[in-house]
Design a binder for this molecule. Structure first.
Ligand code: SAM
Length: 348
């Protein structure tokens, strides 16, 4: 184990079988050593700075039916909402005043939010806040659509690959969604020039150490600028309602591995991590993460963007409690900074 961890630190790469071995033999000692090395690597590139992103969950309408997701089209119990462009701008105004310099616009694949509307929204935000980065996370689209948003000023795009194993992908999604299509989108986004984020859920149904090893190899080879890793949490109105959630320990272990693999990556301590453990995000930062994404959406819609049950939507998650997040980070020796927080990975 120790030798493999040293190899990962030295070479930023392991064989798929070696990643698998690490995951299958995870123990507390290995987790401590990995976290220690991950923090060292992160400090080398980003010091003790924690970047914050203002998350605006602007629509929970979605044409897709991903089996794990609470806002899937087939969930008739979901209370649907869609923010107007003006409401989204108001969220950005609020966020800018607080200190956010990145806005993440996330939503389902909502046909009413056409590519043109999203393009004009990006234009408006960038016109008003030229010193801010805009991140989009609105699913799979044709390359020319991604290009139009990039030309309008979008800087980054988050699209998790969800699992790098095609058969596993097919068990998590209906037939119209495939791993090939997902990867095509990720390569298109990178080719256009976005800072791109991929990622996966930890402990998704039927996930094995072999699947995770393939995820890690895919990430190593794709070299994304950002990696979103959070525990799977079942939602009561999805086909996966009875399934077990992913664990805190395995998520932290994977965060550390990814940090050592890509020392310059932007790595969020995700909302899902903070949802399964009260101090989950602090533990994420202490395992190598360097980004938090508090919610900027209006309070009345937050409870409706339910991807899973018990989603964190109060406390430090509220924009108004930005100061609390700052204090919590300060408490573990980290500084929430007012900065765009771009990735130090160059596009390749
Ligand atoms: N529609 C866009 C997309 O698919 O990329 C953005 C929104 S989607 C809800 C964002 C992410 O939420 C997904 O990539 C997925 O990994 C995560 N997610 C969905 N359901 C989840 C669950 N039950 N537990 C944890 N994460 C979940």
């Amino acid at each position: 184990m120790t030798e493999l961890i040293h190899k990962l630190e030295r070479e930023h790469s392991l064989e798929v079988e070696e990643y698998r071995y690490l995951l299958e033999n995870r123990n507390d000692n290995a987790a401590h050593l990995l976290a220690e090395k991950a923090v060292k690597a992160r400090v080398q590139y980003y010091g003790h700075d924690v970047y914050v992103r203002g998350l605006v969950e602007f629509t929970n309408f979605c044409r897709n039916n991903c089996y794990y997701c609470g806002i899937r089209a087939g969930n008739k119990n979901a209370e649907r909402y869609r923010l107007t462009e003006d409401e989204i701008l108001t969220c950005c105004d609020l966020g800018y005043g607080i200190g956010y310099r990145t806005f993440v616009l996330q939503g389902g694949e909502d046909p009413i939010y056409t590519p043109k509307r999203i393009e004009s929204l990006v234009h408006r935000i960038k016109e008003k806040y030229p010193d801010c980065a805009v991140t989009l996370s609105v699913g799979e689209h044709p390359k020319d659509v991604y290009r139009s948003w990039f030309s309008a000023g979008a800087d980054r795009y988050l699209l998790r690959h969800e699992t790098a194993d095609a058969e596993h992908y097919a068990r998590l999604h209906p037939d119209d969604l495939t791993l090939d299509k997902r990867k095509r989108c990720l390569y298109d986004l990178k080719d256009i020039g976005y800072q791109v984020g991929c990622g996966f859920m930890v402990g998704s149904p039927w996930q094995t150490a072999e699947h995770l090893a393939k995820d890690l190899k895919f990430i190593e080879e794709f070299r994304p600028h950002m990696v979103g890793i959070g525990p799977f949490i079942p939602h009561k109105d999805t086909p996966f309602k009875g399934m077990a959630a992913g664990t805190l320990e395995e998520t932290l272990f994977l965060l550390s591995i990814v940090r050592l693999m890509l020392p310059e990556v932007l790595l969020p301590a995700t909302t899902a991590l903070g949802s399964i453990k009260e101090n989950g995000r602090e533990l994420g930062v202490l395992s190598g993460a360097n980004v938090c994404m508090p919610n900027l959406s209006p309070k009345d819609v937050r409870s409706k963007y339910l991807l899973y049950n018990n989603k964190l939507s109060s406390g430090a998650e509220a924009a108004e409690d930005f100061e609390l997040l700052k204090a919590r980070m300060k408490n573990i020796g980290y500084d929430v900074v007012v900065a765009r927080g771009d990735s130090k990975i160059k596009n390749n």
